[in-house]
Ligand binder design. Sequence first.
Ligand SMILES: [Zn+2]
Length: 188
Amino acid sequence: MAITLFVTLVVVVLAAGLFVFRAIPAIRAYFNYRGKRLITCPETHKAEAVDVAAGEAAIGAFLSEPTLRLKECSRWPERQNCGQECLQQIEIGPENCLLWNIVSQWYEGKSCVLCHKPIGELHHLDHAPALLGPDSKTAEWREFRPEQLPDVFSTHQPVCWNCHVTETFRRLHPELVVDRAFEPKRMM
Ligand SMILES: [Zn+2]
């Protein structure tokens, strides 16, 4: 009886150890491959936005190797049966093609073109910075389709969230905005 219990315990401990041992690369694969990415489509040589099936990559890593497959692409559903050759770009540099990193890098060290304050770091929940277009309209970077962003970045200028809100209000309600000239404080 005692031996049976001991053997059962050893098996349970070994199984738990093996599970944790395999779970670590699986969790790593999931976090490595989730998120929207920009790749250059090998067919059109244009930027396209893709999502890797991160859950599937994690299961693959749990069993042996992470298996990469696309879950979404901006060229789908038309090109849903393509060979997914762009996955090579993701395998080579999963971090480099992550949309969040591309946007962060573009804003890095830049200042708002309107108030000249530094844009600062990009935050997930905080006020997102915006862009000023050639038509003098501002828009948050998230309002653009991800695959448009490389082109947008070459024609637009960085704008902070505060200025974007002010400019949007000014554009939508010009009748409510009064631009006062600067008055120096009167000395008593
Ligand atoms: Zn500003």
